[in-house]
Design a protein around this ligand. Structure first.
Ligand SMILES: [Zn+2]
Length: 483
């Protein structure tokens, strides 16, 4: 008899008195892309047991916050940190199913929504945290029990028997038998740890569609008609016209004021450029371009000029949201009718640092990609121009994406490139579906890793200019056709 079989026999005897029918009603206690980081494993030495499942969000060294939801309806009781050993802030839900009672437990919570009453399946019960004996790592410790509060090993059940093999946890025997996914869950199990997130969204096929005269770091762009205007970058006053039909670039009249790290956009046939106020005095003008004369007119100064604001248009106004290391909480709007500025409700923390935005059905979705310390931020916010109000409850970006750029395609936001850690640009694309509020990763990718590029979408084609690239000499203008 192998050691494994011996343990199995002993454990099934231990469990004999507690067996009851399979509820098969549990839903995964989260909506995000969250994975199992440690499975259930049992040992008669409690120090060698882990009688729950640890779930975490994020890649190898990331332990990101996520919202925890009720796996099934029932009466909830939450207890503050310190009540139950190492559980930290912990919630227990008492469930009834066909006259049987069982419990689910959610430990290490950062916060919980309420500490008594009834919750429905899928209701938010709190935020994943690292309270109690969580080794300082944000995760959810989840248990299924047939008695509560349960500090005895026999009253815990294995909610999954798929990852806690003897192979994966040498020297600790697993508890197979009647436990596991087939017994408890209405949902499919989460993807295995380490597997990439479920792909979603469109694929994109890339080709070189022109070349810049020299590598350009930061530029801004605006599509007007079927052509694309490119500005600034290291040549502060440059104004170039790109023609997708033949990949050609033409110089147009220089900007009257620098927009080096500013913004540009076209609205109802007019091209607007906005200075960042950083390089020269009074470089925070709003400017409009007249095609017939290839000339610029300067308008009033942005009352809060910023570098790298996210820029979108809705309801006759152009919205400049956040910035970079400088007045990142500021939001201003330029009225294209009156050519005047208004100051909007400040951005609630965490502020929008190095943000990127899209407009969709009259609302503006803004994604922060940095913090003041140059580390990644993952906040996603929605601004409603009608109420001048911010919504902070959007699910955060699945990964840090410093310097990534957004385009909208249907109801999906494609978040292109960026930097996932301190050094390495990425070519990956995250997709946020505005209607479902879900994030996932596109099956497609950028043709090369890059960040802080200028990007425009014309029909189903995405055009990328400049930006910081892994290959610093790259001058390729990329065209991606959304499939
Ligand atoms: Zn655990």
């Amino acid at each position: 008899m192998t050691r494994h079989m011996l343990w199995t026999l002993l454990i099934s005897l231990t469990h004999a008195s507690t067996a009851f029918a399979s509820p098969k009603v549990l839903k995964l206690p989260f909506q995000d892309d969250v994975r199992i980081v440690q499975g259930w494993h049992y040992n008669f030495d409690p120090k060698k047991s882990h009688q729950g499942i640890d779930f975490k969000k994020g890649r190898a060294n990331e332990w990101l916050a996520f919202t925890i939801t009720a796996a099934y309806e029932g009466q909830i009781t939450c207890h503050p940190n310190g009540t139950y050993a190492g559980y930290g802030n912990v919630c227990v839900i008492r469930h009834s199913f066909q006259q049987q009672t069982f419990y689910t437990l959610y430990a290490h919570l950062e916060s919980y929504a309420k500490n008594s009453g009834y919750v429905n399946t899928g209701d938010s019960i709190g935020q994943a945290g690292k309270t109690g004996a969580a080794n300082g790592l944000v995760h959810l410790h989840f248990e299924v029990m047939n008695e509560s509060p349960c500090m005895k090993s026999w009253c815990r059940e294995d909610p999954y028997d798929i990852y806690d093999t003897v192979d994966q946890y040498p020297n600790i025997s697993s508890n197979p038998g009647t436990m596991g996914a087939e017994r408890w869950w209405a949902d499919d199990p989460p993807l295995p740890p380490g597997a990439p997130p479920a792909p979603c969204g469109p694929n994109i096929l890339w080709q070189v569609a022109g070349r810049m005269p020299e590598p350009e770091d930061v530029m801004v762009s605006a599509a007007l008609g079927d052509k694309i205007h490119i500005f600034g970058g290291s040549r502060y006053l440059n104004h170039r016209l790109y023609d997708p039909a033949d990949g050609s670039l033409h110089d147009l009249s220089l900007l009257p004021h620098s927009i080096s790290n500013g913004a540009a956009i076209s609205v109802t046939g007019t091209l607007y450029a906005f200075g960042d106020g950083m390089i020269f005095d009074r470089s925070a003008y709003a400017m409009t371009w007249t095609e017939a004369t290839d000339s610029w007119v300067s308008h009033t100064l942005n009352p809060h000029p910023r570098r790298f604001p996210a820029t979108s248009a809705a309801n006759g106004k152009i919205y400049l949201m956040g910035g970079f290391n400088y007045e990142v909480e500021k939001a201003t709007a330029f009225d294209i009718e009156t050519l005047t500025w208004s100051v909007l409700t400040p951005i609630p923390p965490p502020e929008l640092d190095l943000p990127t935005s899209v407009a969709y059905e009259g609302k503006i979705y803004v994604f922060s990609t940095a913090t003041g310390e140059d580390l990644g931020s993952t906040s996603a916010l929605m601004y409603d121009p009608n109420t001048d109000d911010w919504t902070t409850s959007l699910p955060p970006l699945p990964y840090y994406r410093y310097g990534s750029r957004a385009v909208v395609h249907g109801s999906s936001v494609l978040l292109l490139g960026g930097r996932e850690n301190a050094e390495t640009p990425t070519s990956s694309i995250n997709v946020f579906d505005i209607k479902s509020g879900q994030w996932c990763t596109s099956p497609g990718a950028l043709p090369e890793p890059m960040l802080l590029f200028a990007v425009e979408k014309l029909g189903n084609s995405i055009y990328i200019f400049g930006g910081a690239r892994a290959n610093r000499d790259s001058v390729d203008i990329w065209k991606g056709v959304i499939q």
